[in-house]
Each structure stands twice: as structure tokens, then as C-alpha cells.
Design a protein around this ligand. Structure first.
Ligand code: ACO
Length: 432
């Protein structure tokens, strides 16, 4: 029974310490709020709550700015590679050539997965969702690497990070191969990160398969754009799960589970499903009207973002890449792309979307590129997970090395019944 008192408008005035980061809004330090003033704070969805200090990624949602370790996403997208960005996110600085070579070698060293783990896939039904397989198999890594329980050892942290980044593509490709009933293709380290993944996805033992360099470049770019995004839902999940001291592979698995949801990483799959359902430009007004109707749960997938109240800078990069990729891969214009462009145009002119600052997010266009690369819709969020694994491990490492971090344990505003005595079953009146 909701307690009407929870809506009561009381105010109180408190003096609280303010902490300032390098850039961005300052925060009120409320860590002593309860012990000194007897209050908790109430912030559903943690919309204005900073749960930690972090030096990895900075977002200015109003201006549409995204920086990894201070470097603008536009510059990294243009000049860098996914593995270099992974090094940057993990270590804080761009690598020299020899540092990058050593890092890449370490990743190649871990691309294989234990053969027993590979056999797990036979236990899944052929139509199991690849995200379900990814969750199961990555979670099982904790059974293969129980030693990582000693998570304060920096060597083990590095080993854990490298294993996750190296093995996720192998596990993802195995999930795909299982779903289409094809034999598993082993990693080929000399190919490079994105190239090797495309090879594992699409090569067959019956014929030569050469990866299209434009496809590999496009995938590498998408991975750069998705590599980290500060305290997003899945990264916060990894931190929260990891804060209990659980095996880090289990913490990553929690993040994968969170990413799967359509409000987060599952949006790329949901966008394609939505565009397929809309089918034709003439149907757009009907779907836009549905998105605006409070009684209809339908939302325009790929629109809106908790932090960006401006065009998502990643969406801008992907948008301009999309035509180039389609052209270079020799695809005829994808009708879904035309539909997406028209939908964007209509929504951006609509007062509902303007007032709420709802712009296309990174996932509005990423699915169209994935489609052009031949990646099935159900694998889109898996691709996202591969890229985001870099952010997850970087945040997990930052968390375990942060002396201020404690077990993550939010409080609540209780609105249930107060204390009451047990009623004998024979004397209960029932609800109605
Ligand atoms: N379509 C229609 N209306 C929307 C949409 C949308 N896509 N997104 C938000 N709104 C409306 C809400 O109904 C709400 O309206 P109201 O103020 O009249 O009640 C207002 O905009 C604010 O929305 P919230 O849900 O409060 O915003 P929140 O920050 O909690 O949600 C989210 C952000 C989950 C991303 C939301 O915009 C959404 O569901 N978008 C579609 C799913 C999507 O694309 N997710 C991918 C995000 S990017 C990523 O994770 C990589």
C-alpha cells in the first residue's frame, strides 16, 4: 500500500561539502548525510548520483562531448584503432609503438578458449539467443579461472583484463556458429582484432574466406565508439557486482546481462526490429504518434539518452560512416537506412522530441552497419558487449584499486506497512 506521506513536500536546509572533479559539475558529498543529519537521499535510476570517482571517461551530455582519458571520441575514431583505444582506456595514456605491440601480443596470447568451454555450446538449443549463450559461457570462465579471486594482485588484474578482451570475440563467434549449425572457426591472431572476429564469424572449412578490409575497418570503428561510456547501466552493474568481491568473470557476466535490455545495449537490435515493423515511410507518423502516447508502451528505439540531451557524438560519427560503408561494401542503399533517415528527420522536427531533448543515440545507426556486414540482428548486442568489455574491465580495475570503494548497497524510501502482528490463518479476512 503506497504511503501518501512519501509524496509530502517537506524541505530542509543543510550545509554539505562540495567536491569538484577536473571538468563537469561539482558533486555534493553526502557520504556523512545519514550519520550527521539522519537523512538518506532519493534518486530513482541514480539520475543525479555520482557513485564513485573515475578518471576514465568524461561525458558532457548537454554539449554532446565524449572523451576517453581526455581524448575526444572524434579524434580517436578518425586516427586510432580499437586495440590502441583499449590500451588507452585501461592504462590512461596512449601507447608507444612497442607498448602497443606488447599489449596486442598479450591479447593474441589469450584468444583461444578452453576446449571444455567450447563444448558447453552443444548444450544450448540451436535457437538460443546469442546473448543468453554469451552470459552462460562468460559466467563459466569463473570456473576456469578461480585464481582471480585474489583480485588485488595487479598482475592478476592485467591477466583478467587481457583474457576478457581476447576471449569475448571467440566466445561470441562460437555462439553464432552454434546458432547456424556451422563448425567453430579458431582464432587467427595474425589477422588483427576486428578482422579475426569477422573471420571466425564467416569463414567455413570448405572454402577460402578473405575479410573485406572495409568491413574490418567499420567494425573496428564501431568498437572504438562503444568501448566505454562512464557509469552506464552495465558498467555500474559490473562495479556493483564486483564490489562484493565476487570473481571478476562473474561481475562481467552481470554486466552482459544488464547490457542485453532494450533500454541499454539491446536497443541496436530493437531499432532494426522497429524499422522492419514500420516498413514504409508512410507509416512513420503512426509510429511517432504511438511513441508520444502515454498509454502506449511503444518508444522510438535508438532515440533518447539518460545523459545526452543533444545529438550523441557517436551517432554523428556512425551516421556519416553508414553511407560510406554501404557504398564501399557494394551494397545497394538499404531501405531501412532511408527509413531511419526519414524517421530521424520527422522526430527532430516534432515538438514532443524537441521539448524532451530526444536525439538519435549511438544505436540508431549501428544496426544498419552491422546488417551491411552480414551480422544477424540477434548478434548486435553481442558485438556491443565485445567492445564494452574494455570499459567493464577498466572500471572493475579502477574500483578494486580505489581505497574509497565499499560494498555497493543503496538505501530505500520504505512505503510498505509499518510493524504489525502476525494474524492466525483462520482469522484472516482475505484481500477482497
Ligand atoms: N521515445 C518516446 N519517448 C521517449 C523516448 C523514446 N525513445 N525516450 C524518452 N522518452 C520520453 C519519456 O516518455 C519521458 O517523457 P515524459 O517526460 O513526458 O514522461 C521523457 O522522454 C524522459 O524519458 P525517461 O524515460 O525519463 O528518460 P531516461 O533517461 O530514464 O531514459 C532511455 C533514457 C532509457 C535511453 C530512453 O530514452 C529510452 O527508452 N530510449 C529508447 C531505448 C534506447 O534507444 N536505448 C539506448 C540508449 S543508448 C545505450 O544504452 C547505448
Amino acid at each position: 500500500m503506497p504511503n501518501p506521506k512519501s509524496k509530502a513536500q517537506e524541505t530542509c536546509t543543510l550545509t554539505l561539502p562540495v567536491r569538484q572533479g577536473t571538468v563537469g559539475p561539482a558533486v555534493l558529498d553526502i557520504s556523512k548525510l545519514y550519520s550527521e543529519h539522519g537523512y538518506f537521499t532519493y534518486d530513482p535510476g541514480y539520475a543525479v548520483t555520482a557513485s564513485c570517482e573515475s578518471a576514465i571517461t568524461y561525458i558532457d551530455g548537454e554539449k554532446g562531448i565524449l572523451l576517453y582519458r581526455g581524448y575526444p571520441i572524434e579524434q580517436l575514431a578518425e586516427k586510432s584503432t580499437f586495440l590502441e583505444v583499449a590500451y588507452l582506456i585501461l592504462n590512461g595514456e596512449l601507447p608507444t609503438q612497442s607498448e602497443l605491440d606488447r599489449f596486442s601480443d598479450a591479447i593474441w596470447h589469450h584468444t583461444l578458449i578452453n576446449e571444455s568451454l567450447l563444448r558447453f555450446f552443444n548444450g544450448f538449443h540451436h535457437d538460443a539467443h546469442p546473448m543468453a549463450m554469451l552470459t552462460g559461457v562468460v559466467g563459466s570462465l569463473s570456473a576456469f579461472y578461480p585464481d582471480t579471486q585474489d583480485f588485488r594482485d595487479p598482475t592478476r588484474q592485467t591477466l583478467f583484463s587481457q583474457r576478457i578482451i581476447a576471449k569475448l570475440p571467440t566466445i561470441a563467434a562460437a555462439a553464432y556458429k552454434h546458432s547456424v549449425g556451422h563448425p567453430f572457426v579458431y582464432p587467427r591472431n595474425e589477422l588483427g582484432y576486428a578482422n579475426n572476429l569477422l573471420h571466425m564469424l564467416f569463414a567455413l572449412p570448405t572454402e577460402e574466406y578473405t575479410v573485406n578490409p572495409v568491413a574490418a575497418q567499420a567494425l573496428d570503428l564501431l568498437f572504438i565508439l562503444h568501448a566505454d561510456h562512464e557509469q552506464n547501466a552495465s558498467t555500474s552493474t559490473v562495479r556493483l557486482a564486483g564490489s562484493s568481491g565476487t570473481n571478476p568473470y562473474a561481475a562481467i557476466t552481470a554486466g552482459i546481462g544488464c547490457l542485453w535490455g532494450p533500454a541499454h545495449g539491446g536497443a541496436n537490435e530493437a531499432v532494426i526490429n522497429m524499422l522492419t515493423e514500420i516498413q514504409d515511410v508512410k507509416n512513420i507518423p503512426r509510429y511517432v504518434a504511438r511513441a508520444k502516447d502515454k498509454d502506449d508502451p511503444f518508444r522510438l528505439m535508438g532515440f533518447g539518452h539518460r545523459v545526452y540531451k543533444n545529438y550523441d557524438p557517436r551517432a554523428k560519427i556512425i551516421r556519416s560512416m553508414t553511407y560510406k560503408v554501404l557504398e564501399n561494401l557494394g551494397h545497394r542503399p538499404d531501405p531501412l537506412l532511408d527509413l531511419a533517415m526519414k524517421l530521424e528527420e520527422i522526430a527532430l522536427r516534432d515538438d514532443y522530441f524537441i521539448e524532451r531533448k530526444l536525439y538519435p543515440n549511438v544505436d540508431f545507426y549501428s544496426g544498419i552497419i552491422y546488417r551491411a556486414l552480414g551480422i544477424p540482428t540477434s548478434m548486435f548486442t553481442v558485438m556491443f558487449a565485445i567492445a564494452r568489455s574494455v570499459g567493464w574491465v577498466a572500471h572493475w580495475c579502477e574500483m578494486v584499486n580505489d581505497p574509497e570503494q565499499r560494498l555497493g548497497r543503496p538505501r530505500q524510501l520504505y512505503i510498505g506497512p509499518g510493524r504489525r502482528d502476525y494474524v492466525e490463518r483462520s482469522q484472516r479476512s482475505g484481500k477482497s
